[in-house]
Ligand binder design. Structure first.
Ligand code: UTP
Length: 297
């Protein structure tokens, strides 16, 4: 049977405490890397992967996300009137237009965990497996990580597929980590999944990052999942509880991933993208060449 992945879920209702005070008034998912908000990178990745419907699980206090995501005809008209037609066209191309793709905003009224946020999308999800993208994990790759995963998913025999990368052992305690029973190319078939293990007991250094393709049964698993760490409904727990009944596998995507929910990851992403764009050469070489670092300190 073809397992077409038609739905992408964007859980964006979290509090973003690691990035306070920036996230006191601005949703974490709207923090920009250069001039583009994190959510836009994730939307573009899902659009390129060919999903038909995008579900944003948002918190009522973060309505600016909706404002960014949807086309703003008034803003575009104003830009055109002021001779900024090129900019207007770029904004229109980036925005989600409900003529081309189904877009739904749903609420998670309290941040009760990533698993709970995904469960909030249950009624809106189309039949079949669903993709989940955490926009604060910026993944730059061509094709995008989700596109790579969906192709592998639709041609393979995995029920729950988790994006993975190898991390240094001393860093494993920041991640969900796989216990791997078998490796097959980019796949790591998994017989266990541990959230944030201590480095000395971690079952591997294969860490989960923010892209998933999940069999539809995940919703039922989440609905019956007891709260875990921090009193939250954890996605990791629901996936771990399916191991045995379902095939769970890591998928090692090609691309560069940045944890933009952390200040260090965000800074790396900014530098990485700036270094690829000749427009920033002068700023970067001035900074490196003049000892500006020392002056700032
Ligand atoms: P994080 O684990 O980074 O949590 O969420 P957070 O609350 O946003 O940030 P910190 O850790 O306090 O700094 C990963 C993704 O899951 C969403 C977030 O919005 C982010 O996109 N999320 C998290 C929810 O939608 N609801 C939740 O209850 C928790």
């Amino acid at each position: 049977m073809t397992k077409t992945v038609r739905t992408a879920i964007f859980p964006v209702a979290g509090m973003g405490t690691r990035f306070l005070p920036a996230t006191k008034a601005i949703p974490k998912e709207l923090l920009p890397v250069l001039d583009t908000p994190l959510i836009q990178y994730a939307i573009d990745e899902a659009r390129e992967a060919g999903v038909e419907k995008m579900i944003f699980v948002n918190h009522p206090s973060k309505s600016a996300i909706e404002q960014h995501v949807l086309h703003d005809a008034k803003l575009n008209a104003t830009l055109c009137e002021r001779g900024k037609g090129k900019l207007a066209a770029e904004l229109e191309a980036a925005a989600l237009n409900e003529k081309d793709i189904e877009v739904v905003f749903t609420h998670q009224d309290e941040p009760l965990g990533l698993g709970h946020a995904i469960l909030c999308a249950r009624e809106e999800a189309l039949p079949g497996a669903v993709a989940v993208l955490l926009p604060d994990d910026l993944i730059l790759g061509r094709p995008g990580a989700l596109g790579q995963m969906i192709s592998a998913y639709e041609n393979g025999d995995v029920d729950h597929m988790l994006a993975t990368m190898e991390v240094p052992r001393e860093n494993v305690s920041a991640y969900g980590v796989l216990s791997v029973s078998r490796r097959d190319g980019p796949f790591a078939i998994c017989d266990g999944l541990v959230e944030k293990p201590d480095a000395d007991v971690a079952p591997s250094t294969t860490a989960v990052v923010g892209r998933y393709v999940l069999d539809n049964s995940i919703f039922e698993a989440l609905a019956t999942q007891e709260p875990g760490a921090g009193g939250e409904i954890q996605l990791t727990d629901a996936i771990a509880s399916a191991i045995g009944d379902k095939t769970v596998a890591g998928y090692r995507f090609a691309g560069n991933r940045f944890d933009c929910g952390s200040k260090e990851g965000m800074l790396s992403a900014q530098l990485f993208l700036a270094a690829q764009n000749p427009a920033y050469d002068e700023v970067i070489s001035e900074f490196l060449g003049t000892g500006a670092q020392a002056e700032v300190a």
